[in-house]
Design a protein around this ligand. Structure first.
Ligand code: GLN
Length: 281
């Protein structure tokens, strides 16, 4: 970059540079990385566009932009991603929380009984984004959050500490229902891996830097549902609900699996992009 290193000039240059490097969101990436390098809120960049960058700030920012141009997700560089307006720590061991998953949270909140003593289970919790959102909305709710990866489980536990939710959200390490044998819940929720393992999506863009075990689930992407849908009834109180995130073309197959396992009132819901995203029953 030539000319003055002001916030405005730096953002303009980097947005173009990152778009050329293959980001779909060059401008947003640039803003998030610059705010991080300067230790300010993103809004501050707009309030003071002529602010010059000193040498230390330039160096820190240049490193971030270089890593981003090489394909590191912004959430990994910041170590954080916002979900349901909650700041969550993210590492390369966890799936980066996506806005699509907020629809899962909305359905869960709709279906969860409001009275005290309510319990929920989140399977494959990752960063813990779903239990964090649920527990922050429902001050009496207790959630067990299960995660197979021990590094990811540590991130989830850390997030609950940081958000002041550790008293009510318990993170347990293990495979699906294994750590919660004999327990029952009013609601079971999951954003399991559901991408078909040969899908080119898995090796493209930011997704390539995310943990494959959080994304890929057998030839049709249905392997995780084949474990957790049949396993759920034994862990639900009468009238309890199972709510899962799905891929855009999996609504029919997953709804059929729910029905084959005795679920009633099975419904498919769409995300804000108009694609099937949630099955409940
Ligand atoms: N929606 C994610 C993606 O397309 C997949 C998340 C998942 O498998 N749970 O990248």
């Amino acid at each position: 970059m030539s000319g003055a290193w002001t916030v405005r000039a730096v953002l303009e240059w980097t947005a173009g540079h990152l778009n050329e490097a293959g980001s779909d969101t060059g401008r947003l990436d640039a803003e998030l990385l610059l705010a991080h390098a300067l230790g300010v809120e993103r809004l501050q960049l707009y309030l003071d566009p002529d602010r010059p960058l000193d040498q230390t700030e330039r160096d820190a920012y240049r490193e971030l932009v270089r890593a981003r141009a090489k394909g590191a997700p912004v959430a990994h560089l910041l170590g954080e991603r916002e979900f349901w307006s909650l700041p969550l720590r993210v590492t390369a061991d966890t799936l980066i929380p996506r806005p699509d998953t907020e629809v899962v949270v909305e359905r869960a909140l709709e279906l969860l009984p409001v009275e005290g003593g309510t319990r929920a289970l989140d399977l494959g919790t990752g960063t813990g984004c779903i239990p964090a959102a649920l527990a922050s909305e429902r001050p009496e709710l207790r959630v067990d959050a299960v995660e197979a990866g021990s590094e990811a489980a540590a991130v989830a536990a850390d997030n609950m500490e940081r958000l002041g939710l550790a008293e009510r959200v318990t993170v347990q390490t293990g495979s699906w229902f294994e750590p919660v044998a004999g327990e029952t819940y009013h609601l079971i929720v999951a954003n399991p891996p559901y991408v078909p393992e040969a899908d080119p999506h898995l090796t493209a863009g930011d997704v390539a830097a995310e943990p494959r075990e959080a994304l890929a689930a057998g030839p049709e992407g249905l392997d995780a549902y084949r474990v957790l849908v049949p396993g759920a009834p034994a862990h639900l109180v009468p009238g309890g609900w199972l709510v899962v995130e799905i891929g855009w073309d999996q609504g029919e197959a997953v709804a059929a699996l729910f029905e084959a396992n005795g679920f009633t009132e099975v419904a498919v819901h769409r995300d804000y992009g108009g694609r099937d995203r949630v099955v409940e029953g």
